[in-house]
Design a protein around this ligand. Structure first.
Ligand code: ZN
Length: 101
């Protein structure tokens, strides 16, 4: 898993193709991420009390990381993530502008 919570990603395929959003959660074992406001599905919520109407709410659904690309916070482009060592620490960097992200 190269992405992490708080990263801005762009969806590269499907109905939300081209849209960007922030990662709310990473599901490491499934290689999926949850993006704020994207890949939504409508969920029906039952009324809590009698006489109330049920509601439709939009809930984000996890999306495969292979269907997303990271947006570099430095060059603002969809990019691939590389890894390198800086001061003996493994860091991520943008393969387009080479900035550590
Ligand atoms: Zn960059």
């Amino acid at each position: 898993m190269k992405m992490k919570k708080g990263d801005i990603v762009k969806i590269t395929t499907g109905k939300d193709k081209g849209k960007t959003g922030k990662i709310l959660k990473t599901l490491i074992k499934k290689d999926k991420i949850l993006i704020e406001g994207l890949n939504l599905y409508k969920k029906h919520v039952r009324p809590k009390r009698e006489g109330e109407k049920g509601q439709m709410v939009s809930v984000p659904r996890p999306i495969d990381i292979s269907n997303t690309a990271l947006i570099c916070s430095s060059c603002n482009q969809a990019t691939k993530i590389g890894h390198r060592f800086e001061n003996k620490k493994k860091v991520r960097f943008c393969k387009k502008c080479k900035t550590t992200i």
